[in-house]
Each structure stands twice: as structure tokens, then as C-alpha cells.
Design a binder for this molecule. Sequence first.
Ligand SMILES: Nc1ncnc2c1ncn2[C@@H]1O[C@H](COP(=O)(O)OP(=O)(O)OP(=O)(O)O)[C@@H](O)[C@H]1O
Ligand SMILES: [Mg+2]
Length: 249
Amino acid sequence: MDKKSVIAVCGKGGVGKTVVSALLSRALSDAGAYPLLLIDADPAGGLASAIGERSFQTMASVRDRLIASAKSGKKSDTAAICDQVDYLVFETLLEREKYSLLAMGHSAEKGCFCPANNLLRGAIDLISASFIVTLIDAEAGIEQIKRDVTKSVNRILVVVDGSQRSIATLRLIADLVDGEQVCAIGNRIEADEIDSVIEGIQIIGTIPQDQTVLAYDRKGRSLWELPAENEALNKAKRIAGALFGATVK
Ligand SMILES: Nc1ncnc2c1ncn2[C@@H]1O[C@H](COP(=O)(O)OP(=O)(O)OP(=O)(O)O)[C@@H](O)[C@H]1O
Ligand SMILES: [Mg+2]
């Protein structure tokens, strides 16, 4: 793979974006995607916990702390840095052996969610260039796409589960962005239960309903610990292969 890939996993609420992101991240890592950046862009949190991270800071929590210390007058220079994306990214980025993780989180400040998508856009612009693959577990719906957060994203994967509502979201996303960037993934569905092209968008793969995935998720166990023979994981590996060819090194 020669070009750096920035991939956003999008779709209707509850359709399986976080599970698909977690499976794909493991599949990509197993295929040699390194350095790999994972961005948990759901303010409610998703990907970080799905891959077993328990203790981490978020861009929003770091920023809130800076604002609090500026308000209490502890450090007069704090207010100036609370919107500096490079500082926030540097403070927040969690570096692991196989991936780096950036969790966006949400601000405790009321009425303060407007900077969140600006910070996310800035963060993607700032650090994705240092990684061969960036994978973003996006917020449900189309808000982040409408707010141009995904501007520097070169691949949008829309998860659909075959329901009309998930397909309506696919249609909305396809209308908002350049069609060439978009492809769809069927989740909780077998390949023969879904058309290979929906709304003119190619379905690049499907991931079945998987009891082990469900059990791990319910127990809060990392989806990176799934056994190598797990079918959902192997379907995610096929999707990674379809996206990048045999190797992502
Ligand atoms: N392929 C699958 N097999 C079994 N369970 C699944 C699968 N995909 C998703 N689930 C289950 O469905 C639920 C919703 O999945 P997930 O959290 O990934 O959706 P989401 O699109 O990220 O939701 P949100 O919009 O709230 O972020 C979870 O309980 C998850 O364990
Ligand atoms: Mg999610």
C-alpha cells in the first residue's frame, strides 16, 4: 500500500460501527498495518472500550481540565492552549505496541460541544499523516460528515444491517460525499441476505451475527482477544484484504 489511508466507519446508530471498527482494526494490525492510528470519535465512547482500553484520557477531558485551571486562575497561560489541537493531541494520544489511540470523549461543560468536531477535524489533519492507516469509529448519523470532519478522510465505510433505516443513512452519506470514497459493509447479516450493490454503493463485505462477539462485548472483553478462528474476525480480514489488497505494510 503506497498511500496513507484515513478510513471512517459510519452509519446509523446501533448498526455495529464500533464492533466493525474493532474487528477491522485487529484485522489490519494482523495484516501488518503499522503504524496504525485508531480514533474513537464517538462522544459517548466506543472503540476504546471495545478494544479493551479502560484507563485513558480524552481530548475533551484534557481540554476541560485546562479550562478549569484557567478559570481558577492557577495558570494564566492555560486558556490560550485549551484550543491548541497539537497540545491536546500530544496530551491525549495513547501509544500501545500495535496501535496508537486517540479518544475524543465529550466535554462536561454545558453548551460546549461545538468545538468537539473542530478538534476532531484538526486532530485528523494533524496526526493522520504520521500513520499508514487511520481508522475512525465515527459518531452515529451524518453530523460529522455534514460538518466536514471527514474532509481529509479518503475512505468512508458505511455499516448497514439490511434494515431500511440503515440504508437510508447510507443514502444520506452517499449524497453528501464523493461516491468514490464510499463503500458499505453488511453487519449481522450473511452475504446472501444482502444485495452486492445498494443505492449504487458496493457492499465490500459482510460480517455475520456472531455469538462470541456478542458475549465478549457484553462482558466488556476486548474484541482484539477473539480467537484467530472466529468467523466475524475472519470476515473482517477479508474486508481488510478487499480494501488494501494482500498487504497493508
Ligand atoms: N456482528 C455482530 N455479532 C454480534 N453482535 C454484534 C455484531 N455487531 C454488533 N453487535 C452488537 O450490537 C450492539 C451494537 O453494536 P455497536 O455498539 O458496535 O453499534 P454502534 O453502531 O457502534 O452503536 P452506536 O451508534 O451507539 O455507536 C452491541 O451490543 C454489539 O455487541
Ligand atoms: Mg459505537
